[in-house]
Design a protein around this ligand. Structure first.
Ligand code: FAD
Length: 400
């Protein structure tokens, strides 16, 4: 198996690199590299810049406006974006609901929603989890009852979603809802697209450990949803939900970002002093960094091996990449905190939000690190917790 890039891949990489050098706005790059908070307008701005270039939908076929790139090219592109410090393209529209619409939606849904997703005209969020239904997702209780009426058939939705990322900005939510209670739990679920402006929807913030407003509770109180917003067949939503979850885990290893953060960690640790020498030359600290770097190199090779098989749809190996990738991301944040020591402790919201140029602690690199550390506790929980990924590996790979 040859895991090296060929000449065309290398020239593609150069093309992406030079595009990013010219088109990534300096203020966005600064925010990303300095671990500052990104706001809605930051994500939308970068999305629209990439949309002009036709590079937003790297996993879509060209017939829908995607790049049609191979898995290797997508990997190179993601690596280069991470290296340059671009804001991420949020997955909820482009990488989650769009593949479901392409595979199971009708023509009208494809024609309406896909161009809007490409151009970021709608901000999407994901309405899967509910209180009591996270890992056991098929147990969801949010109810959708079909009503036939003269003004048009519709569903009436009642219930609650939780942990809904960035729902406070959302125009649309894709939801799993229960449409039949008298069958096996997986067989009574449907997949609905719901306009967040519909009367009866309430969004309440959940403030996380880093004191940021990233996730929400979303309540549905007699929300009327036109039947035209049902994806595929009623009660077949579980099939579509699983299809989407496979896509959710593809880039979750985020090797490119981890490589960039490792460089930050090494640079930062080399600037800190311990016993009148650089922290990075301290044998105990250096060995921790070395172990992490080796783990990251092993993960990168594993990602390249998975990509070289290019099977189209991610298999159970995506679970393995998710576990390892998130463990490495969390370890990086731990070592950053260790290097910064007490300088990472003050919580300087104005600095994090870009409202003040310098941090109150006098070390601009250190100030966001506690926030970053706390925020990254989420990575081993979302997208299917790491324990659930281990269950998948034991069943699907080890055959236990
Ligand atoms: C920051 C963040 C953002 C999120 N964003 C979204 C979003 O936008 N949309 C959305 O729908 N959801 C979202 N989620 C929800 C996420 O998918 C769930 O938190 C996750 O699936 C776990 O479910 P739970 O929180 O209900 O925990 P539970 O399922 O109650 O699990 C609790 C603990 O038990 C373990 N556990 C559960 N079952 C098993 C088992 N069978 N074997 C071994 N261990 C088990 C879990 O690993 C976990 O450690 C988000 C979560 C977070 C933290």
């Amino acid at each position: 198996m040859d895991l090296n890039y060929n000449t065309e891949d290398l020239s593609f990489r150069d093309q992406v690199r030079s595009y990013l050098e010219t088109n990534l706005p300096a203020d966005l790059k600064h925010k990303v590299l300095q671990h500052k908070r990104l706001h809605k307008e930051d994500y939308v701005r970068w999305h629209k810049i990439l949309a002009k270039q036709g590079w937003v939908a790297t996993g879509w076929p060209t017939e829908f406006g995607g790049t049609g790139w191979s898995a290797t090219r997508r990997h190179i592109f993601e690596e280069e974006c991470a290296r340059a410090g671009t804001p991420p393209i949020l997955p909820f529209g482009v990488a989650m609901v769009a593949p479901v619409i392409m595979a199971f939606g009708n023509q009208a849904q494809k024609d309406y929603f896909l161009p809007r997703i490409l151009n970021c005209d709608d901000w999407w969020c994901q309405g899967y989890s509910e209180p009591g239904s996270g890992s056991d997702l098929a147990s969801i209780k949010t109810r959708a009852e079909r009503v036939n009426s003269l003004e048009g058939d519709h569903y009436v939705v009642n219930g609650q979603k939780t942990w809904t990322t960035l729902a406070q900005h959302a125009d649309m939510i894709f939801c799993l809802v229960r449409t039949d209670t008298g069958v096996r739990k997986q067989e009574g679920i449907s997949f609905l697209l719901i306009d967040m402006k519909t009367p009866g929807i309430t969004v309440r913030p959940i403030i996380m450990l880093d004191e940021d407003h990233e996730v929400n509770e979303v309540f549905f109180d007699n929300v009327k949803v036109p039947v035209q917003n049902l994806i595929g067949d009623e009660n077949k939503g579980w099939t579509y939900a699983k299809y989407l979850l496979g896509h959710e885990r593809t880039n979750i290893a985020a090797v490119g970002r981890a490589k960039r953060e490792l460089q930050f960690l090494k640079r930062y640790a080399s600037e800190q002093q311990k016993n009148a020498a650089s922290l990075l030359s301290d044998p105990i600290y250096a060995s921790k960094v070395a172990v992490l770097e080796i783990e990251l190199m092993a993960l990168e090779i594993t990602v390249l091996r998975v990509i070289s098989q290019d099977s189209g749809r991610p298999g159970p190996e995506a679970s393995l990449l998710k576990i390892k990738g998130t463990e490495i991301q969390q370890r990086l944040t731990e070592l950053m905190m260790e290097a910064a020591g007490p300088y990472s402790l003050p919580f300087d919201a104005a600095f994090l939000d870009g409202e003040s140029e310098h941090s109150i602690v006098g070390d601009d690199d250190a100030a966001p690190l506690a926030s970053y550390y706390f925020n990254y506790r989420k990575t081993s929980i979302y997208g299917g917790s790491n324990e659930i990924q281990k269950n998948i590996i034991t069943q699907m790979i080890l055959g236990l």
